[in-house]
Design a binder for this molecule. Structure first.
Ligand SMILES: Nc1ncnc2c1ncn2[C@@H]1O[C@H](COP(=O)(O)OP(=O)(O)OP(=O)(O)O)[C@@H](O)[C@H]1O
Ligand SMILES: [Mg+2]
Length: 512
């Protein structure tokens, strides 16, 4: 193993974890973790869903307390009792599931926990103006500090989390899958911010399942598997992908996307005609045939999610029609009865009953038509859920656990897995692999294609262009609420799609 010569500024170790252990009832989430982070570096943490990444960073953030091992921070033993203690010590965390207070303003969130007070009153003016300064430094001076956080899209909320980190003069900023909620250009902005932070000798721990990102922004990589460090301090740019993947999974993964199939011509299953919702999307027409996978590429905010929800009957169109197998779809109830299924984008608020066991979430009859499939007994439901859990490599595989105790990526598998059980005929997938690791991702792609082979039509939305191109038979490109291009997936490439979604004008694309 060769480790490249560190940059001058990176030589001092600020954080060191030795044999750190953390157990939850029945799970050893951290089982002897080693980690070394230097000032001014971007240290990436890589590992499959459930490997222990979030648990590790919550231990640094004072949310969890280690049961064993040693943590040193700036040369001193470190065991933060509370999140505030970790913040005060200079460690700020941007969580996988953002933890802002929706009803407070942006400025109040940014300075949460250390409001500047004078005679007991929060100094609103100076908090707002300091927040403004920080937001400007983050390249988002346009965000109004006094507005409630609720009104911001996910990317904006993340900027506020970042502002909070900077408001504390953090020396280490930990980012747990920050790019999962971001569109392509927002990731570029994030990377610019990270480069500025490291230039000021701030260390960053960066978690992502996207290897390309780790190559672009990372200095060194530590890999976790089943709560243990399987490789430490690998050079981020030069370590071959197969090495990273085998350290993560203990195996090699050959094909990420299943080989392309040839489709026979069939009359469409789904016909969408002239669908419009003001300010969201306009005049969208598309079809999906049985067994066909149609992918929609477009930026976050281009109207894709709203379109899927409208097709699913969860939003009412201003004009236009949706027909499934010749039957008009006017409500969510009809959509589900006719065999439509949807895995929405935001799993926490839209899809999961966090305190219910996994198997219940997978078999929710009102969603998946599970009762129709003939299972009404709990034992049957459990068995079926276990089969899905195997298919998707759910970890831990115990379907009796509450969903809340699953790692982020495993929760996502539950959302998608639900639709593998019912007799779904058309599946709408909104960002299905968000937060899912490379191994499970390959499984999930195979499962989706397996459904298509059995005649299920799939309409897929994803911010990851390679995913849309790799998985779909046909690709639609959406920009600012309009379909601007349609092409067979093997006749369009990534650069063309990116040009179209970002800058391409309506005139350039042949209208779909
Ligand atoms: N509060 C909790 N109670 C019980 N088990 C938990 C709890 N939090 C996490 N776990 C378990 O600890 C293990 C590690 O989870 P963790 O969230 O750290 O994984 P991760 O590496 O962040 O995965 P992902 O990539 O999916 O986000 C998993 O088996 C998870 O189910
Ligand atoms: Mg996690």
């Amino acid at each position: 193993m060769t480790i490249p010569a560190p940059r001058e500024s990176s030589e001092d170790v600020v954080l060191r974890l030795t044999d750190v252990v953390k157990t939850f009832p029945g799970v050893r989430a951290l089982d002897g973790v080693q980690l070394e982070v230097r000032a001014g570096e971007v240290h990436c943490l890589l590992g499959q869903n459930g490997a222990g990444k979030s648990t590790l960073i919550k231990t640094l953030a004072g949310v969890h307390h280690a049961d064993g091992g040693e943590i040193t921070w700036l040369g001193e033993p470190f065991a933060p009792a509370t999140p505030q203690a970790a913040m005060r010590a200079g460690i700020a965390t941007i969580y996988q599931e953002l933890d802002l207070v929706d009803d407070l303003s942006i400025a109040e969130n940014a300075f949460l926990g250390h409001e500047q007070t004078r005679f007991g009153f929060t100094k609103r003016r100076s908090t707002a103006s300091r927040t403004k300064e920080i937001l400007t430094r983050l390249g988002h001076g346009e965000i109004p500090p006094r507005q409630a956080v609720r009104s911001l899209p996910a990317a904006g909320k993340q900027i506020v989390s970042m502002a909070r980190a900077l408001s504390h003069d953090a020396k280490l900023i930990v980012m747990d899958e920050p790019s999962a909620v971001l569109a392509h250009d927002e990731v570029e902005n994030l990377f610019r911010i990270i480069r500025e932070l490291t230039a000021e000798n701030i260390a960053v721990i960066y978690i992502s399942h996207r290897l390309e990102e780790i190559r672009e922004i990372g200095d060194r990589v530590t890999v976790l598997k089943d709560g243990r460090t399987t490789a430490a301090n690998l050079p981020a740019r030069t370590t071959p992908t197969r090495d990273l993947v085998s350290k993560m999974t203990g195996r090699t993964i050959e094909y990420v996307f299943p080989p392309r199939r040839t489709l026979e011509e069939k009359p469409p299953l789904l016909v969408v005609d002239g669908l419009t919702r003001e300010h969201e999307f306009a005049d969208v027409s598309l079809t999906v045939a049985p067994g066909e996978i149609v992918g929609i590429a477009g930026l976050v905010g281009s109207g894709r999610s709203e379109l899927l929800e409208t097709i699913f009957g969860a939003r009412r169109p201003d004009s236009g029609t949706i027909t499934l197998d010749g039957k008009r779809i006017r409500s969510l109830g009809t959509a589900v009865r006719k065999g439509m299924g949807m895995a929405p984008e935001e799993r926490k608020s839209q899809a999961l009953l966090l305190d219910e066991p996994i198997y219940k979430n997978m078999t929710l009859s009102s969603f998946s038509g599970f009762a129709r499939a003939g299972f009404t007994d709990a034992a049957g439901e459990r068995k079926a859920a276990e089969r899905t859990a195997d298919q998707l490599e759910l970890r831990p595989r115990d379907v009796m656990r509450p969903v809340r105790t699953l790692s982020g990526g495993n929760q996502q598998k539950v959302v998608v897995g639900r639709w593998l059980l019912g007799d779904t005929r058309l599946l709408l997938l909104d960002e299905p692999t968000r937060g899912v690791d490379v191994g499970a991702r390959a499984e999930l792609y195979q499962v989706i294609q397996g459904l298509a082979e059995n005649g299920v039509g799939v309409l897929l939305v994803s911010s990851e262009v390679p995913e849309v191109l790799g998985l779909s038979d046909r690709v639609l490109v959406m920009r600012e609420g309009r379909m601007i291009r349609e092409a067979p997936a093997d006749q369009i490439d990534e650069d063309t799609v990116l040009d179209l979604v970002m800058a391409g004008s309506l005139m350039e694309g042949e209208p779909a």
